[in-house]
Write a protein that binds this ligand. Sequence first.
Ligand SMILES: C[S@@+](CC[C@H](N)C(=O)[O-])C[C@H]1O[C@@H](n2cnc3c(N)ncnc32)[C@H](O)[C@@H]1O
Length: 245
Amino acid sequence: MNVLKKIFDCLLIMKNYLYGFFMKVKTAFYSPSKISRSFWSSRNSKNWDLSSRYPELQDAQTKALIGFFNKNFKDKKIKMLDLGCSDGSSSIFIVKDYLRYGQGLDISSEFIKTANKEAKNNNINVDFSTWDACEEELKITNSFDVVMALGLFTCITEDKVFENIINAISTQVKKGTYLLIKDTLSDTHDTQKVLKNHLYAAKYRFIDQYVKDICDKGFKKLDLKSLYRFPSEPYASYFLIFEKL
Ligand SMILES: C[S@@+](CC[C@H](N)C(=O)[O-])C[C@H]1O[C@@H](n2cnc3c(N)ncnc32)[C@H](O)[C@@H]1O
């Protein structure tokens, strides 16, 4: 019995060692973009939920969204595109009463399945489909009043892809379209960073440069507010409103 237990303990130590080794190799050889896409492709409504991870941030995001729609679209029905929509619960469904039509895009097929089911059950005129921002060009096929990307660009670690998406939005939407963004941004140029471990990767961009990059692509900044500041860190999650010029 004792021998069997020793063999079992040895196998367990070997398994943990090999797992640790594999994760180190994965972190070293996989690009941040690949790690981020692999993380998000395997998310679903059970293993990722903003409200349980950061309740204060979720609350502030909901308030900011409702505040924006109340101010600009009271008693109106509009068309909206949601990029990186997850299962829709923390973005598109929050403002469902304002929607004439909505479209949501996300890399995770599980999120999309849940979102479509929810839309059908509640008779909401929204289409959700999968899209990988790093692999597929963004084609905007409707005349949207609002495009939002809440938390998407933080997951896009490659600046070129971030630029291409902003460019695609800018060249395909009409003048006056609102662009709503939420992202975690860095206070200074020196503290901007790409996070990477074997499971997760993200980029916290420098706020001033980030706003400038978006404005340079043909948008005007209307508002910027901090939703949640990470304790003792030079980063905060911001809600930004732009308008297409
Ligand atoms: C931080 S979550 C935000 C979700 C939701 N918009 C919200 O505000 O709670 C980022 C979302 O972007 C999606 N995403 C990440 N990388 C993506 C990619 N390359 N292409 C499309 N969607 C992506 C994720 O699946 C996830 O739903």
